[in-house]
Ligand binder design. Structure first.
Ligand SMILES: [Zn+2]
Ligand SMILES: [Zn+2]
Length: 325
């Protein structure tokens, strides 16, 4: 028999982005002179394994797409000194970045001062474990409630058979925990089926999408999305598989079989196509305006600054943008 262990240590930990392999100006130059480190192209992605295929050094046959900052630069964490892949966020509680971060470490559910807490972030590497933990806890609580309540009712109806107050407390707590966690499970089931996260679902800002037409890092357009758009939804089955794995027999067991490495996620094909078309339209508008005589009454299209490919080491992120950009 092994001991129960400490949940905060035994709970599978999320995966962090790799540290930047940069230490001098030459390395900075290599990064600044190429396309974003983490970007998605349908031509270089295997949707079955959710893995990026070996990156070719030649120009991609389809544009590369990634989430960027408002000025076109890669998302960057000043605290960790890491480039943040799409869907990664910095957690102040853990003082580190987490891939596909769902929520911060202080996961607490409190009822009348009774609370459970899951230490560590919930993200790409442990979302399945978190979901199963909440789901099974809710089902167990409901099972306790459903099997205990009839016994108590029968005991109460039988005169001269006093009921231990501990049974009353047990059935009340089982009722509260069961339905609260069941609601929590349903919410996260919805997130899994729509390929979303808690952070993304509460975001009220548009994404800035960078479309790179080659790997030079200089030939790209920056477009913004509508608010509330789900960028990474591939359909319910594919969304479920991406978190729970390809093997149905392992879906409901605590086996780590999440697909992909968490650095690159395939975009919704419709969103991808829409963004590429929007970028092309924006590019045509820029070209048209550059050919017109200088007229201040004509609105200019949004384009990244000339130095937008500089390595973002010197950029300053606001506290708000740090979480959701
Ligand atoms: Zn954390
Ligand atoms: Zn960070």
């Amino acid at each position: 028999m092994t001991g129960p262990g400490t949940p905060e240590k035994d709970f599978p930990q999320p995966i962090q982005p790799p540290p930047l392999a940069v230490a001098n100006e030459n390395d900075y130059g290599q990064i600044s002179g190429s396309a974003p480190m983490f970007s998605y192209s349908p031509a270089n992605f295997d949707n079955r394994t959710m893995q990026q295929l070996p990156v070719s050094t030649i120009s991609p046959s389809t544009p590369l797409m990634s989430v960027a900052q408002h000025d076109g630069r890669s998302r960057f964490c000043e605290h960790c000194q890491r480039i943040k892949p799409d869907r990664a966020h910095h957690c102040r509680e853990c003082d580190s970045c987490t891939l596909k971060m769902d929520q911060s470490s202080d996961v607490r559910l409190t009822i009348f001062n009774h609370s459970i807490r899951i230490g560590g972030c919930v993200g790409h590497g442990n979302y399945k474990f978190f979901f199963l933990f909440v789901l099974y806890t809710s089902l167990y609580s409901l099972w306790v409630f459903g099997t205990t309540l009839p016994t108590i009712i029968i005991a109460v109806l039988q005169k001269g058979n006093p009921v231990d107050v501990q049974w009353i407390v047990c059935v009340v707590l089982a009722f509260l925990w069961g339905f609260l966690l069941l609601a929590f499970s349903c919410i996260h089931g919805y997130y899994i089926l729509t390929n979303s996260t808690t952070i993304e679902s509460i975001s009220d800002r548009p994404y800035f999408i960078r479309i790179d037409y080659d790997r030079s890092g200089h030939n790209y357009q920056l477009v913004s999305t509508d608010i509330g758009i789900k960028l990474w939804s591939l359909g319910m089955v594919a969304n479920w598989r991406s978190v729970m794995g390809n093997n149905p027999f392992a879906w409901f067991f605590p086996i780590r079989n999440v697909l992909g490495n968490g650095f690159t996620y395939p975009f919704d094909p419709h969103v991808y196509q829409n963004m590429v078309e929007r970028a092309a339209q924006q590019s045509r508008m820029s070209t048209t305006q550059s050919q017109l005589p200088n007229d201040s009454s004509i609105p200019t299209s949004k384009s990244p600054p000339a130095d937008s490919n500089n390595f973002p080491m010197n950029q300053r992120n606001g506290s708000a943008s740090e979480l959701l950009v």
